[in-house]
Design a protein around this ligand. Structure first.
Ligand code: 13P
Length: 247
């Protein structure tokens, strides 16, 4: 399975930062065996996608409907036309800030599939759930609910990626124990195979939450960790390129 290293720029980046996107794209050129994605603010997607050669540009969210009266929202077709090859969906910041439910996110996953775009579906537990010992079942449940509408043909699953991001590890510098990451990814792999059969074995599962150059190698070496979704350390090529190299 090819490793997949994805930047999530969140609400960062102005046109002046296209230079940094290009520096990341240049770094990606050195690692042929790694797929690199850059999730940008929608305002940068078109400009960036016209220039990159070694990476794919993506969005960070997408509306579940094909079109309609949804002020301020962007459809999969709009993002695709602008140059996005994929979209992140269900990030915990959207679940929290915009009250997005797994049921809604399942519709977004379907919409992206229908638009032939990649979907990076984010799931993950909060600290209280982790401390209560219920994280494995909670996150597996989120996975099932968030994919309830996904087509179970191998063709439409090809562009689906899962990102396990424990909420308490995002932007905090805290990372779960390697054994806990491995246990979660193994649980998610089992769930994907239970849901989709052998096709579930080919779906990449990324880890996200305080990934940086110093911990990337150990995390990426774990079984069933097929890449990383990176926030803070992805904003500069200087800190992101070593994570691509670690893969
Ligand atoms: P950090 O890498 O900044 O912890 O963010 C992770 C994340 O939310 C990526 O989607």
């Amino acid at each position: 399975m090819r490793p997949y290293i994805v930047a999530n720029w969140k609400m960062h980046g102005l046109m002046a930062d296209i230079n940094e996107v290009m520096a990341i794209d240049n770094a990606a050129a050195k690692f042929d065996h790694v797929d690199v994605g850059i999730g940008l603010p929608a305002t940068l997607i078109h400009t960036a996608s016209e220039q990159v050669k070694n990476s794919e540009i993506g969005a960070q969210d997408c509306h579940q409907a094909e079109q309609g009266a949804h002020t301020g929202c962007l459809s999969a077709a709009m993002l695709s036309e602008a140059g996005a090859a994929f979209s992140i969906i269900g990030h915990s910041e959207r679940r929290a800030d915009h009250a997005e439910t797994s049921r809604l996110i399942a519709q977004k996953a379907l919409t992206l599939q229908n638009a032939s775009m990649g979907a990076i579906l984010c799931i993950g537990e909060d600290l209280a759930t982790r401390q209560s010992g219920a994280a494995l079942d909670f996150v597996a449940g989120q996975l099932v609910e968030s994919l309830a509408l996904a087509d179970d043909t191998s063709l439409s699953l090809e562009r689906l990626t899962i990102a396990y991001e424990p909420i308490w590890a995002i932007g905090t510098g805290r990372v779960p124990a390697l054994t806990d990451i491995a246990a979660m990814h193994s649980k998610l792999r089992d769930q994907l195979v239970a849901s989709f059969g052998p096709a579930g074995d080919a779906i990449r599962i990324l880890y996200g939450g305080s990934v940086k150059a110093s911990n990337a190698k150990d995390i990426l070496a774990l079984e069933n960790v097929n890449g990383a979704l990176v926030g803070g350390a992805s904003l500069k090529a200087e800190s992101f390129a070593p994570i691509i190299a670690a893969a």
